[in-house]
Structure formats: C-alpha cells, structure tokens
Design a protein around this ligand. Structure first.
Ligand SMILES: NC(=O)c1ccc[n+]([C@@H]2O[C@H](COP(=O)([O-])OP(=O)(O)OC[C@H]3O[C@@H](n4cnc5c(N)ncnc54)[C@H](O)[C@@H]3O)[C@@H](O)[C@H]2O)c1
Ligand SMILES: O=CCCC(=O)O
Length: 453
C-alpha cells in the first residue's frame, strides 16, 4: 500500500499491509483490553478523553499537514478538523456518564432499571474525506461507553490511521483499546466474522455499506451505517438570497466538495432563480485553489485523480443529456487532482447530477414552480442524509423541516454540519443508526433491563 500526494502526484510513503496472523493477534489483544477497559470507571475514562483532547490540540499542525499530504485537505481546514475531534472527546468526557447512567423504571418489581453495558470489540470502517473526524466521532463515545475499537481506514490515509494509535498512547490510554489494521477492503469480511468482534460501524459509500451491513446481518451483529448523500437545499421565493448563495456555495465546496453532507442539489423557486444563480455563481467562483500546505488556500485538490475523473465523467454525461455548465467543468492538465468549482443548470431527472451523489465541487441547480414541487424534488432521491431550507417564513420552514423533508436533519437558513451534541445520520440509502449526541453513545451498548422481584 502506498500514498500519493494529490496536489502533485508524488509518492508520499509505502506501507506494508498487516498479515492475517497479525490481524488475528490484534483482535485477540483488543478483546483482552476490553476485559479490563469495561471495568474502568467513567471518571477515569473521561480523564483520558480530556487528555486525548489536549494531545490533539497540541499536535494539530502536524496532523493537518499529514492530511494535506495524504488527501489534499488545506491545512487551515485540517486544523479545524482536529479541533473538532478534541471537542467531541471533551463532550463525551463531560456528558457520557450522564447519558449512560442507570435508568430506574417503575414496574411491579421491588426495583427495576435499565443499564447500558459495552458490547466489546467494535470494527470501524472509515473513509478518507475527514480522516480524523470520522474516526473520532465514533471513537470518543465508543471509548466512553467502555468499548474498544479496531480501525480499518481508507487505503489513501494510512498515515492518519496509524497516528491515531500514537495519539491514544500519548494520552495514556491502556494498550490495545484502539488499534489500526492496515488491510484491504477484501479482508473486512473475515474480521466481521471473528466471534470476538461484536459490531461494526461503516462510514462510506452506499455500496460499501450494503456489503458490510449484509455481512454483519448474516451473523446477527449490530451495524451503524453513515453513507452517501445528495443533500437538497431549497431556496424559496422569500429567502435572503445573499445569505442563501453564500451558505450554499460554502457548503458545496467544503473539503473540495467531498463531504457526505455538502449541499448537492439546489432547488430554486423560479421567481428568484436568475437572481440566486447569479449570486451563487459569484460565490462559487471566489475560491483560492492552491497548495493545501499554504494557510491562505481555501480549496485543495480532490483526494485522488481517479475520483476527479469519475466526477468529470458524471458532469460530461449531464451536459450530453442537456444540462448547461455555467461555471467550471474542465480538467486542467497535470499530475494533480484539482477540479474547479462547477455549476450545472437545467438538471433533470435521469441525469447523474439528479440521481447520483456528486462527490466533488459540482452544484446541480433545479428550478421549480412552487413549494409542493420543491419538496417533491427534494425527496425524489434514494438518499436521505441532510437538507436545508432558505426562507424568511419560519412557520413554513419548521413545518417542512420537521414533517415533509425525508432526511436525517434539516437546517433552516444555514448549511448542514455535524456537531458533538446533535445526533447525526441518515435515512433511506444514506444509512441507519446515529452518531453523536445522546443517541450516538447508545448505539453500541447492550440496553439491559434488570428486574428485582
Ligand atoms: N454519512 C456520512 O457520515 C459519510 C461521511 C463521509 C463519507 N461518506 C460517504 O463516503 C463516500 C466517500 O468515501 P469513500 O470513497 O472512502 O467511500 P468507500 O465506500 O469507497 O470507502 C469507505 C471505507 O469502506 C471501505 N470499503 C469499501 N468497499 C468495501 C467493501 N466492499 N467491504 C468492506 N469495506 C469496504 C473502504 O476501504 C474505506 O475504508 C461518499 O459516498 C460519502 O458520501 C458518508
Ligand atoms: O462526509 C461527511 C462529513 C461529516 C461531518 O462533517 O461530520
């Protein structure tokens, strides 16, 4: 396995995959670590998580550089990602014990209560787009709940995957409560099949989710799936268009467009379509693409040339099918993986920009005549991750957000983002289960009822 810098196409480093024996040894060590870790009190777990937050903060520049090198994230965004990881550790250190405390239930028993017990070794299969955040948003609550973790990270971020082990060691966590496995996707099945592995969480594409969830289900093992998205953003006729254009462009270009919860489909009421599109185009065009190692770079390359090429094929197909490209849409020659901010208008059902996820900086604009059509188009997707509405009528916004949009979250007059305190996840082909908040920490626990006669 080797890593390639997507900014210049140069080889970064070679890594040796773990052998089947090494993996088996790591699983055994994880299980042994669990037998002790499960008995450690919440206060001690919380102290270690706080220490981990300190280590992350102290080393954030180095970690941001590593991400820039492996997957092209600009260092300013990388530092912000590490700070967010520190926040999630502190959040669960401060709230985890409260979330997991026994709940007394009044029944016909002399005493009955619900207790939340850890499951054991959990396998985390993670994507490259937020190499630290995706891992920490599972790991923080997982460790606080008393589970131990094995990480199978995406093949282009092994350096990030390995350094997480080092961070936990530096924070003082017991050995083997967290271990990275350098393995290929093909080996995941055998790890899920290991009786010592009790559950799996996967963040990634719907295809990978189907595979992994199918394997877990066949063995009756719990799975949480955080999958792809094609988030609809509805811009109503009464929206603050300047605000909407700015939030929409910011969201579409997060991480060079490679975010599951980036805005992807822009559904605009026809009365304001021309005005919104003009403002949106200005915002999309005002990026500073460049070297991810430079602090003033706001947009880096995509993570891999192959992903950039796949995205371009989707764009070309849309144009062939009748969409109009009003910004970007071209590939500059060179060894890099850059793709420019791109806007497609006239997007209709049947085009990749309507039906599929565009995992890069390409916006799909769909003009609709009224509210009903806007909601119908927003829901006309196999995905159901995030969504956003732009309107000054908050009664209408709350009604649509809570009852009419098919998604795991709906933001009003802002773009979708995850935060430690709000549950995060999707419906439909965007997955099931939740991370973060009170619900996230309860995904990988045995919710056990105790009844005293
Ligand atoms: N919902 C979320 O929270 C979330 C967050 C980030 C990314 N994503 C989604 O992830 C996708 C992009 O990430 P990616 O390209 O790394 O996704 P991917 O599915 O290719 O890879 C994700 C992880 O799954 C592994 N994997 C892939 N196929 C597998 C298989 N058949 N069996 C076992 N493991 C397998 C990969 O090696 C990697 O570790 C997008 O669809 C994006 O929307 C979702
Ligand atoms: O790719 C998904 C982004 C996830 C997040 O921002 O929490």
């Amino acid at each position: 396995m080797h890593t390639t810098n997507p900014y210049n196409g140069k080889l970064v480093k070679e890594y040796k995959l773990h052998t089947a024996e090494e993996v088996s040894d790591k699983i055994h060590k994880a299980h042994q670590a669990f037998e002790t870790w499960r008995t450690v009190g919440y206060n001690q777990r919380a102290d270690l998580l706080k220490k981990l937050a300190e280590v992350l903060t102290t080393r954030k520049t180095e970690l941001a550089h590593l991400m820039a090198e492996e997957m092209g994230k600009p260092i300013t965004a990388g530092s912000a990602e590490i700070e967010k990881c520190a926040k999630v550790c502190i959040y669960y250190a401060e709230h985890g014990a409260e979330f997991l405390k026994d709940e007394i239930v009044t029944t016909d028993a002399s005493n009955s209560y619900i207790t939340f017990q850890p499951l054991g070794v959990v396998l985390a299969v993670m994507p490259w787009n937020f190499p630290f955040w995706q891992t920490f948003r599972f790991l923080g609550p997982g460790l606080m709940a008393g589970n131990v973790a094995l990480l199978k990270h995406a093949s282009n971020v092994p350096g990030c995957a390995l350094i997480i082990e080092e961070l936990l060691k530096q924070a003082g966590f017991p050995e083997h409560v967290f271990q990275t496995l350098l393995i290929s996707s093909d080996s995941v099945e055998s790890i899920i099949a290991n009786p010592l592995v009790k559950a799996v969480t996967l963040t990634g594409s719907t295809e990978a989710g189907m595979k992994v969830a199918g394997q877990a289900a066949s063995l009756i093992k719990k799975a949480v799936l955080e999958l792809g998205g094609s988030d609809p953003y509805i811009i109503f006729e009464d929206a603050d268009l300047e605000l909407a254009a700015s939030k929409c462009a910011e969201s579409r270009l997060i991480n060079s467009g490679q975010s599951c919860i980036a805005a992807k489909r822009f559904i605009v009421l026809e009365e304001v379509a021309a005005q919104f599109i003009a403002l949106f185009k200005d915002k999309m065009a005002s990026q500073h693409p460049g070297d991810p190692m430079q602090p003033d770079t706001t947009m880096g390359p995509m993570a891999k040339v192959a992903l950039r090429d796949e995205l371009h094929q989707q764009v070309v197909k849309c144009i062939e099918m009748g969409a109009k490209c009003i910004l970007g849409g071209t590939v500059e020659p060179g060894e890099h993986a850059f793709y420019p901010p791109t806007i497609l208008t006239g997007v209709t059902k049947g085009m990749p920009a309507y039906d599929e996820e565009l995992f890069g900086p390409v916006a799909s604009v769909i003009v609709v005549k009224d509210e009903d059509e806007a909601i119908c188009v927003a829901n006309d997707s196999s995905f159901g991750l995030g969504s956003a509405l732009f309107t000054t009528d908050l009664n209408r916004a709350n009604r649509i957000a809570s009852m009419q949009i098919e998604a795991g979250c709906c933001f009003i007059n802002d773009y979708v983002r995850s935060s430690p305190d709000l549950p995060f996840g999707g419906i439909k082909q965007s997955g099931y289960g939740r991370e973060l908040g009170v619900y996230g920490i309860k995904e990988f626990v045995n919710i056990k009822s105790v009844y005293v006669a």
